[in-house]
Structures are given as C-alpha cells and as structure tokens.
Design a protein around this ligand. Structure first.
Ligand code: MN
Length: 464
C-alpha cells in the first residue's frame, strides 16, 4: 500500500497547539485533515488541528525556513481553488513529505513554537499561520459526484422491501453498482435541508401517484471518497494504483425521499429522490492519516463469486478495508428546546463494505471515464448485519430481517418507530430534526482520530 505508518502516527506525539492534545478531540496532530478555506482569516488549503485551522501554505513556507524541507512549492496553495487541485494531485510520497513537515513544525518539541509572536497574531490565533476554527467559511470543494451501493447488507435489506421475491439482483456481487449524482447539490455540513417535493409511489397497485412534500424522508449514512490525482479520458486506473489516486475520506449524508425513490427508481436508478441535497463534512481525513486503521477487504462468504481480475489485487485483499466507526445522532426540535443532547440511534463500521474504495475507483474508470481531482464517490449507505448498525431509517425502523434463514419478509409498511428521549417517535424524519453523522478510528497503540461532524436540519417543504 502506498501509505505507510511512520513517525507522524506516533501516539506519544503532542502539539504545542494545546487544543490538539485534548483526549476528546477528533483532530490531534496524528490526524491533520484537509479543508478548503474560502475567505476569512486566510484563503487556501487548511489543515485542522485541535480547535484551529493551519494555513498549509504558510506552514510549509515556515517549515522551509526551519530546514524541514517539504520539497513542495507551496506558493499556489493560497488560491483555494487552484491550490486544492494542485495539492490534491500530488503523489502519496509528496503528500507524506508535506505531512512530515507539518508535524515537524507543530509538534510539542518543535523549534517553531518560538515563532509565536504576540504582535503578529489576531484574536484567537495561537501562531502567525494558525487560525481559530472558522466554522462557516470552510467547505470541501467537490467535482463530479457518484454514489455507490457498496454495503451488501444495505442492498439486501432495501431489496427485500422493494422486491421481496428478488432482493439482491444477480449482478450485485460482480459489479460495483452506482448512479451519477450532482455536484451542484453537494452542500457543506450545517446547511439546512428543505424537504423535497415530488411524485410519490401510489399506495395501491394500479393507483395514481401522489404529489407533494415527501412523507418518507430519510438520511443515508455514507463515507465520501475524495479523488486526488485523476486519469486521462480513455485510460483507466488499475486496481494496483487506485489508492495512489485517493486523497482521503469524509462523512456524507445522502438525503433520500423514499416515496419519490420507490416510484421513480426503475428502470434507470435514483433521480429526484436523491439530487436535491447531499451533505458532506468539511474535512478530508487523508489516506496518510488512515494508514494505521487499514483492514483486510470484506471476506466474501464461501460460494460468493470472486471479483473479476481487474478488481482484484493482493494488496487490496490484504489491506483494502478501512476500520471507521460510524454513528448517527438525531436532535429533534423538541429536544433542542428542552436543552437535551442529541441521541445516538445507530452505530456501525465501514470495514464490512462488500466493495473496497479502490475497487470503486478502478471500476468507475475502467471504461475510460476520466476521474478528476476533487471528484467525490459516495460509498452507499453503510449498514451492518445487526439491526442497530443499519445506516438509514428505511432499514432501522423496518421489522424485517433479510439475513435470517429462511428470510423473514415483512411488508415495507410495517415498521417499529424509534423512540426519542422526549417520547417522540420516528419512522422517518420530521421537520426540525437535525441529523448528525460522526466517524472515528481507534486501534490499540495508536491515537484515536475523528472525522468531525456532518450535520443538517430538515426544514419544511416549499409551497408550490
Ligand atoms: Mn446513497
């Protein structure tokens, strides 16, 4: 694998930026996720550290001055759009060199801590290139967006509801399934989500479709894969090189209107049920930072077909998975008004996805499709076998179990609602509900790193 465990993953490393040493932070010095800073205290590529965002360009310039050679021209990093494309396109080796330079500058023993100069810093800054976390001005800039369907548990559950006699279509175990989404509706965490309007599946066979605000409004817990270096149109990214082309991962909420989806999805796949909004977390946790948390690819049960050779490599089989714990929390309007905390409603893991991130990227390009820096691939809803690891309400409140033997198939309308601490019940999302996705990686002997949060509040539908 191109991303090695090195001194930047030492669990004993601390930073002279104190907030990075809080055991509860998602952003210790071992993480250093990337973001795009559009304006505010600086523009360009930022690196999150504790409660602060470090200007990568300024930090690398200072690193050069201190003799920590990143061998990287950081001048272009000050233009957030150009910089992203430029930095995203580096090789893993170049990115690891930049990571080592940043750690050399920001660790607790660095000579750079003496750079702190009271007269060169603004309110909230702890150093000349280290700014307070701005909350509003940052976002992840994405190019094209494609959403996969890589959890066999999700695919089987959903298939059991929509097609009880034929849950998992025969192509699923051979070809990574996806549909093209729209980059124009990918929004940063914190953006309000207006309940979509559309045609809805008739309630009885042969009936007329309904029309209006979605009544079966849902989230989907997913991981976003951000493409680093691209490939030329007409070429493809071999499986052995796929990870060289991946910049890192983020959290992604593929908001879904199930009543629209059920009516429109055949024969061409999701359309208006999905493309009104997709929320992403603002930080890209790099593949470099994730090196300690790699796992074998999901072990296919005996009897499942092997992937075709173009989707197979020894390294992918041995290390293609990523062990990320993922959680969904709900925060209703009533919970907020009563001063309660959000409540966790599910917890799952990314390591049991049927297809790996390398397989998704290789498959996407195998026909000659050009992938570009910043393109976003959604993993598909991350669901596990256990009921409390199902990554959307469509599955979580469903009473069926497609994995029992023989399968118990309960009609999709029969649901047990989840109960919130206020006594409110939910089969699907209500207006005012905030959905909060969280993700983190833990492994004995390494510092825990996190993804931050991916949040959005459901607002009432427009009047039309
Ligand atoms: Mn999805």
């Amino acid at each position: 694998m191109p991303y090695e465990i090195d001194e930047t993953h030492d669990p004993n490393l601390e930073s002279w930026v104190e907030s990075a040493n809080d055991p509860a932070t998602d952003f210790p010095i071992q993480n250093l996720p990337l973001c795009c800073q559009l304006d505010g205290s600086f523009a360009g590529v930022g690196v999150r550290l504790g409660d602060h965002v470090v200007s990568l360009a300024d930090c690398l310039v200072e690193a050069e001055n201190h003799g920590f050679n990143s061998k990287f021209d950081s001048v272009g990093l000050t233009d957030p759009f150009r910089a992203a494309t430029q930095f995203w396109s580096l090789t893993p080796g170049q990115r690891m060199m930049a990571r080592r330079a940043v750690v050399a500058m920001l660790n607790a023993d660095s000579p750079a801590r003496d750079d702190i100069s009271a007269n060169s810093i603004e309110e909230g800054q702890v150093g000349p290139y280290i700014h307070p976390e701005p909350f509003d001005d940052e976002m992840l800039k994405v190019g094209d967006y494609t959403d996969f369907y890589a959890s066999v548990f999700h695919a089987t559950n959903v298939g059991s509801m929509f097609r009880p006699d034929n849950p998992l279509l025969p192509n699923y175990k051979h070809v990574p399934i996806a549909y093209h989404g729209r980059a124009s509706t990918v929004v940063p965490s914190g953006t309000d989500i207006v309940r979509p309007i559309g045609q809805q599946a008739p309630t009885e066979d042969g009936g007329s479709p309904g029309f209006g605000p979605s009544k079966l409004f849902d989230y989907e817990l997913e991981v976003g894969v951000v493409v680093g270096r691209g490939n030329e149109l007409g070429t493809h990214i071999p499986i052995e090189e796929a990870e060289d082309h991946i910049l890192g991962l983020c959290l992604l909420n593929d908001w879904s209107a199930r009543d629209l989806q059920k009516w429109e999805y055949q024969p061409l796949g999701p359309f208006l049920a999905k493309n009104f909004a997709t929320t992403v977390s603002p930080y890209i946790v790099t593949m470099e930072a994730l090196a300690p948390f790699r796992t074998p690819a999901y072990e296919r049960p005996a009897g499942d077909p092997r992937p075709l050779p173009y989707l197979t490599s020894d390294a992918n089989t041995a290390h293609g998975g990523v062990d990320i714990t993922l959680e969904v929390h709900i925060f209703s309007k009533q919970m907020r008004s009563k001063g309660m905390d959000p409540v966790r409603i599910s917890k799952g893991t990314f390591k049991d996805m049927y297809w790996t991130i390398a397989q998704m990227l290789t498959h996407h390009s195998v026909n000659g499709c050009a992938m570009q820096p910043g393109d976003l691939l959604g993993s598909g809803t991350v669901s596990g076998k256990a009921r409390d690891s199902r990554g959307c309400l469509l599955e979580l409140t469903w009473d069926g179990d497609s994995f029992s033997d023989p399968p118990v198939l309960v009609p999709g309308t029969q649901r047990t609602p989840i109960r919130l601490p206020t006594g409110e019940e939910r089969k699907f999302l209500a207006d005012g509900d905030e959905v909060i996705l969280k993700g983190y990686c833990e492994r004995e002997g390494f510092r825990r790193i996190g993804f931050g949060e991916c949040r959005g509040i459901v607002r009432p539908a427009r009047q039309i």
